[in-house]
Write a protein that binds this ligand. Structure first.
Ligand code: G2I
Length: 456
């Protein structure tokens, strides 16, 4: 918040020209009320969010396109260039040219990059379409590892798995060659992604998951809740939010966003477009995101209508000629009027599990380490003894020189020396003999880590 206010004040200062700045004096200028933001990215940033667009590498030579991109957006998602067919066209032969071009364009201008997507039933290269079973599982995991490693440090969030659930009322997984390798293919992909790039937020991304009452939304929610309970490394849920007459913006969209957020994940609107680009509907989407503290940002799926995969629906914020549409004005105004509420925990949407009384069984903790030169990721497994526990605390002494830089699924008390880790809201309750997992990334060398566990 302080950062946002500073940015607003700096912009107000920059907006004043020489004479008035001199007359006013810097102290007064900095005290002036913030002017409203004038671009999507800057206004979103003042709300602690990003505003992004899907970008195609072959349009980066179109100056009308890049003028809007560079002016308005502070996040970029490659539209097709990071997909499996683009990055591994032949098995074991990786091709990053077009994706690197987008990443370099974005990062050299201070924009962040969302990676899309590591594992998907669609846009598979021919060699992968023809695979099955263990060979496919291994090929998928190798793909996740190689691509996430290549972009390590450059991508803030990955759509690790895309569109794995079926449409309709079944709530089932989508049938695909990846699904037929075993139901655990999704969590296997997330674990591989975490190991390859521990600094990136790992998202599950899907469409038709906007309406809270839909079976597909509930099925994704149930999977994410299960992943959080079992310590599968997931950090965010992407709602594509392609809205049209067959799949309209639902009145309960905010409930969907806040319900996912209450699981302890971030929520990102990843591929927004709205048939006809109703200004009112775009405004509602922005307001819904701003109302949910863990809704990090919005990406529109293209810049001008002519860039859209559904160009005939004119679903975007700019005309094919590059002019701002009424929806653009509505989005900008919503971003400028928005407020960031303090993080709140919405009412639980499913009954919380009953709290078992603390038992005498205590807990044990084990740690596994993935070390590389200069750093490591430690994954810690907390296992309850003969009785269920309702909270836990783990103490781990790090060797000198080792410093924690990032952690998930636990609160920590120190970054070096003796670190103490306590459960977060969703993983303190562990049944007798059951386990929860948390993890952290650190600089330095792990050596032999000896965790000690105490149960509540
Ligand atoms: O389908 C809309 C989106 C749904 N969610 C996942 C996204 O990854 C997906 O994006 C679209 C791209 O916008 C299209 O540009 O994914 C399509 C493929 O599933 C992309 O279309 C493909 C065409 O099918 C190819 O023929 C074409 O070569 O775009 C390619 C590059 O222009």
């Amino acid at each position: 918040m302080r950062n946002a206010q500073w940015k607003a004040a700096s912009r107000a200062a920059l907006a004043l020209t020489g004479a008035s700045a001199l007359a006013a004096g810097m102290a007064m200028v900095l005290a002036a009320p913030a002017a409203a933001g004038t671009t999507l990215g800057a206004s979103a940033a003042e709300q602690g969010r990003y505003f992004g667009a899907a970008v195609a590498a072959n349009k980066l030579s179109d100056s009308a396109y890049t003028t809007i991109l560079n002016r308005e957006f502070n996040s970029v998602t490659p539209e097709n260039e990071m997909k499996i067919d683009a990055t591994e066209p032949q098995q074991g032969q990786f091709s990053y040219g077009a994706a690197d071009q987008i990443v370099n364009h974005a990062r050299s201008r201070g924009m962040q990059v969302r990676g899309h997507t590591l594992a998907w039933h669609s846009q598979q290269p021919g060699w992968m379409q023809n695979m099955s079973g263990t060979a496919l599982r291994q090929a998928m995991l190798n793909h996740v590892t190689q691509v996430a490693t290549h972009f390590r440090g450059q991508v803030v969030a990955w759509d690790v798995v895309n569109e794995a659930f079926a449409d309709g009322s079944s709530g089932a997984r989508r049938d695909s060659n990846l699904q037929r390798t075993g139901n655990d293919w999704i969590e296997a992909a997330f674990r591989a992604a975490r190991a390859a790039d521990p600094g990136a937020k790992l998202c599950y991304n899907d469409y038709n998951t906007d309406d809270w009452t839909h079976a597909k939304t509930q099925a994704v929610y149930t999977m994410v809740r299960d992943f959080k309970q079992r310590g599968v490394p997931i950090d965010c849920v992407g709602l594509q939010s392609h809205f049209n007459s067959g799949s309209p913006y639902p009145g309960n969209y905010r409930t969907t966003l806040s319900s996912f957020a209450a699981l302890g994940v971030d929520v990102q609107i990843t591929e927004l477009d709205i048939e006809g680009a109703s200004a009112a509907t775009y405004r509602s989407v922005v307001q819904d995101c701003l109302a949910v503290a863990r809704c990090n940002g919005i990406t529109v799926w293209g810049i001008r209508d002519s860039d859209s995969w559904r160009a005939s629906q004119t679903p975007l914020l700019f005309t094919s000629g590059g002019a701002k549409k009424p929806a653009y004005d509505a989005v900008l105004a919503a971003l400028n009027n928005g407020t960031t509420p303090p993080p709140t925990t919405p009412p639980p949407t499913t009954p919380p599990p009953t709290t078992p009384p603390p038992g005498p069984g205590g807990c044990t903790a084990t740690v596994s380490v993935n070390q590389w030169t200069g750093g490591f990721v430690a994954t810690v497994k907390v296992t309850a003894g003969s009785s269920a526990i309702s909270s836990w605390a783990v103490t781990i002494t790090l060797p000198s020189g080792a410093t924690v830089t990032n952690a998930w699924n636990a609160n920590r008390s120190a970054d070096a020396g003796t670190t103490r880790w306590t459960n977060v809201a969703y993983n303190g309750q562990v049944g007798a003999g059951q386990s929860a997992e948390f993890g952290f990334q650190a600089n330095g060398t792990a050596g032999g880590l000896t965790p000690a566990c105490a149960a509540g």
